[in-house]
Design a protein around this ligand. Structure first.
Ligand SMILES: NC(=O)c1ccc[n+]([C@@H]2O[C@H](COP(=O)([O-])OP(=O)(O)OC[C@H]3O[C@@H](n4cnc5c(N)ncnc54)[C@H](OP(=O)(O)O)[C@@H]3O)[C@@H](O)[C@H]2O)c1
Length: 355
C-alpha cells in the first residue's frame, strides 16, 4: 500500500496512446506537472510516428506545451513503450485491439474509449461512485496487465448526480436530454459550417451508451461480477455550439417519496471515500448545487474544482416524473482525461500498479 512517504523521485512512468487527439492533449496537459506520474512516451497513428510531438499535434490547450514534451518523438501504439501505465485516448476504431495488446504485454491500461467499457471483467470506474467495482480487475485473465475504463463523457455527470438519489430514494425512471460540446467529437470533429448557429440532434451511438453504461456504473458488485441496476432510462443526445462542457436536462422518478430539500441535501452530502478526497486530481466536492435560476452554465461552471466537479441546478417538480433538474460536467476533464487520471491515482494509492 502506498503511504505518505511517496516522493517526487518515485514518479511512475506513463505513456499516452492517442496523444495527439483531443483527449490525448488534455492528458498531456494534466499529466505534465503531475506529482505522481511522469510522461515517458507519446504514441499516435502512423501519420505521427517518428515526428516530434510539436510537429504533429495541433495543440489546442490554453497552456504552453512543455519543451521536453514538445521535442519528444512520437512512437507507434505498440507494446515496448518505456512505462508501466498507458493512458488511452485512442480513436475507438482501433482502441479495442491496441488496449488488449498492451494489457497482454503487462501494462496497466487506463482507457477513455468505449471498446472495453461493457466487458464483464472491466471496471467502468468513477471512484466516488463505484469504487468497489475495481475488484473486477482480479478476474481479468491478462498475466500482469489490467484494463480500467471511465464512462462516456455524457454519462459521467449523470452517474455522479444520480448516485446519491439512487442510494437514498431509489430510481424508477430517468429521462435525460443532453446538450453536448463540440470538443466531445474530437479534433477536427464537427465542421464549423455544420455547428455554428445550429443544433445537431444526433450523436452516433451516444444514446445507447447512456442507456447501458449508467446501469453498469450504478450496479452492485457481488460474487465477482456486476449486477446491473434495472431502472428505465431514456436519453436524447444533441450536439450544440459550446466549446467544452456537456449539459443535461434530467427528469427522475423516485422509488420513495422525497422533497426538493431532501434531494439537495443528498447532493450536498455526497462525497467519495476519504482515500479518494485526498487524491491530487479529486475535486474538493464532487457535486455543487446552485440555487440561482440561471445556473449551471458551461462557460461559467465547467472549470469548477479543476473541472472535476459536476454542477447541478434548477431543481423543481416534474408533472410527468417526480423532479427535474439541469446538470453540467466538463467533457474532456471530468468526462475523459481527468477521470482517467483519477482512476490511475486510486489504483496507485491502493498499491495496484506495482505489486
Ligand atoms: N472528446 C471527448 O470529450 C471524449 C470524452 C470521453 C471519451 N472520448 C473517447 O476518447 C477517445 C479519443 O477521443 P478524441 O476526442 O480525443 O479523438 P481524436 O481527437 O480524434 O483523437 C484520436 C487519437 O487517436 C489516434 N489514432 C487514430 N487512428 C489511429 C491508429 N490507427 N493507430 C494509432 N492511433 C490512432 C490519433 O492519432 P493521429 O493524430 O496520429 O491521427 C489521435 O491521437 C475516443 O475513443 C472517444 O470516444 C472522448
Amino acid at each position: 500500500m502506498m503511504g505518505a512517504d511517496f516522493h517526487f523521485r518515485d514518479k511512475v512512468q506513463v505513456g499516452i496512446l492517442g496523444a495527439t487527439g483531443s483527449v490525448g492533449q488534455k492528458l498531456v496537459q494534466m499529466l505534465a506537472r503531475h506529482p505522481w506520474f511522469m510522461i515517458n512516451a507519446l504514441a499516435a497513428s502512423e501519420r505521427s510516428v517518428g515526428k516530434k510531438y510539436k510537429d504533429c499535434v495541433h495543440w489546442l490547450m490554453p497552456t504552453l506545451l512543455p519543451q521536453e514534451l514538445a521535442e519528444m518523438e512520437v512512437s507507434a501504439c505498440q507494446p515496448g513503450l518505456p512505462c508501466r501505465v498507458v493512458f488511452s485516448g485512442l480513436d475507438s476504431s482501433v482502441a479495442g485491439e491496441i488496449e488488449t495488446q498492451f494489457a497482454e504485454a503487462g501494462y496497466i491500461v487506463i482507457s477513455n474509449s468505449r471498446n472495453h467499457r461493457m466487458d464483464p471483467d472491466v471496471p467502468l470506474l468513477i471512484p466516488e461512485v463505484n469504487l468497489s467495482h475495481l475488484e473486477l480487475i482480479q478476474f481479468q485473465q491478462f498475466p500482469k496487465g489490467k484494463i480500467i475504463t471511465n464512462p462516456n463523457c455524457s454519462v459521467i455527470g449523470l452517474a455522479m448526480a444520480l448516485k446519491p438519489l439512487f442510494d437514498r430514494f431509489g430510481l424508477e425512471a430517468v429521462h435525460a436530454v443532453t446538450m453536448q460540446a463540440i470538443s466531445g467529437a474530437g479534433y477536427p470533429g464537427v465542421a464549423s459550417l455544420d455547428i455554428q448557429d445550429n443544433i445537431i440532434p444526433f450523436i452516433q451511438s451516444e444514446e445507447e451508451k447512456v442507456e447501458t453504461e449508467l446501469l453498469k456504473i450504478l450496479g452492485k458488485f457481488q460474487d465477482g461480477k456486476i449486477d446491473p441496476c434495472s431502472f428505465k432510462i431514456s436519453a436524447q443526445c444533441n450536439r450544440v455550439p459550446v466549446s467544452d462542457g456537456h449539459t443535461a436536462c434530467v427528469s427522475v422518478k423516485l422509488k420513495s417519496k422525497a422533497t426538493e430539500q431532501d434531494l439537495i441535501e443528498a447532493w450536498d452530502a455526497f462525497s467519495g471515500a476519504p482515500e479518494i478526497v485526498k487524491l491530487p486530481t479529486a475535486p474538493e466536492k464532487p457535486l455543487y448545487y446552485f440555487h440561482e435560476n440561471y445556473y449551471p452554465q458551461p462557460k461559467l461552471h465547467r472549470l469548477i474544482d479543476k473541472g472535476m466537479a459536476v454542477s447541478i441546478g434548477r431543481l423543481r417538480k416534474c408533472p410527468l416524473f417526480d423532479f427535474k433538474f439541469t446538470l453540467l460536467s466538463h467533457n474532456t476533464v471530468r468526462g475523459a482525461a481527468g477521470g482517467a487520471i483519477l482512476n490511475a491515482e486510486i489504483l496507485l494509492r491502493q498499491g495496484q500498479i506495482f505489486w
